[in-house]
Design a protein around this ligand. Sequence first.
Ligand SMILES: Cc1ncc(COP(=O)(O)O)c(C=O)c1O
Length: 453
Amino acid sequence: MSHHEFVFRGEKSRELAQRDTRTLSPSYTRSYGFAISHGQGAEVWDVDGNRYVDFAAGIAVLSTGYSHPRVVQAIQEQATRYIHIGATDFFCPEPIKLAEKLQQIIPIHRARPEDKRVYFANSGTEAIESALKLARYREHRSHLIAFYGGFHGRTMGSLSLTASKSKQRGGYPYIPGGVTHVPYPARNECGDCHDGESCCSQCWSDAVGFIEKFVFKKVPPQEVAAVVVEPIQGEGGYLVPRDDFFPRLRQMCDKYGILLIADEIQSGVGRTGQWTALEHWGVSADIVCLAKGLGSGVPIGAMVAHNNVMRLWSPGTHASTFGGNPLACAAALATLDIIEEENLMPRADELGRLTMDRLHRFMQDHPSVRRVDGKGFMIGIDFASASGEPLPDFRDEVVNRCYLNGLLLLGCGTGGVRFAPPLVLTRSLLEEGLDILEHVIAEVEETMWQPAS
Ligand SMILES: Cc1ncc(COP(=O)(O)O)c(C=O)c1O
């Protein structure tokens, strides 16, 4: 749908969309006509005065909501002292404090807190770029393994790993090589199998076996620098892997001296009820990339690694003017404190379970809902036809009608939507949002879903 075909909830929203079309890049993906005025917690208002419950959190970013008073205060206090110094050239307290905190909370394979080191970037894709450069710098191993459906960013290095939609790569020559993609072993991708115990041929995939049996025929394991993986696939469809995947992948990486890089950019910072989603499988990575939720909306990325790896870099091998920006670090420090002190992770876990239960019950009477899966506040809902084909148009209609009814949602995968609200979402807002979502799905089913003939 182009912007011109959107249904807007008011004239001010329409006017902004028109100015947007005349000024901003046409590369942005807009699915409906929401134009923000302001937000608070997990509620947000558009420029025409309409109120929304937010299940999108600015693409899984607003961990503490739109403008948590403590985040605002931290930014204000920092801004009055100084806004920038260049933390790569001068010593600077805020990135040091934040790194000390990340040393405590982000698990790294075989590392005590003091064994970890942090590199600060300004976005997710930059955190991934830094991880790729570091992994390849070590031992000069050149090759990387990544997963179909994975999304790791859009700068050239990250794009070489991204394989979630062909549109993201199509038309760009000279995307760097040296990457082999393998199928992501999602559990229950078809919607009929459960817990990955006895999955069908449609969704079962033995990724680790595939790497050992096939990929290592193409590339010797000694030349593989790293496996890069999202613990729960985000843009690719909010897919949870089979339970045996990460323990086996960890074993394989240890066997061949390959680094495991966890892209926790969407799944990290408490979203799944743990600081990092990999903790659900009792496994830790050698390098963890964070961004999105870390700064509650202030741009920041971080790459946390074992010092055995990071110490191979010498001064000048990698840096960034804005990396470790004190405003962003102050916002991130406040964010991490809030998540801890307001018990947002146990809440995400508890309310996430409630959401899953409710959506599973709803699914029983609504055949368009093919799959509901996730952890904490990272839940995917897929729509499919009676024969199991993904339904992107049906999904777009659900997302659009949710907007018209006061709920912000975003799509993911081919025919799915994601539940990724701010971690501060209250129980009553959760119920209100789910009421809207269920009502809308039922309504769209009446006009757009056809039973098997
Ligand atoms: C898992 C994952 N990795 C990397 C990125 C890229 O982050 P950014 O858009 O901040 O560059 C994203 C963004 O959606 C993501 O979800």
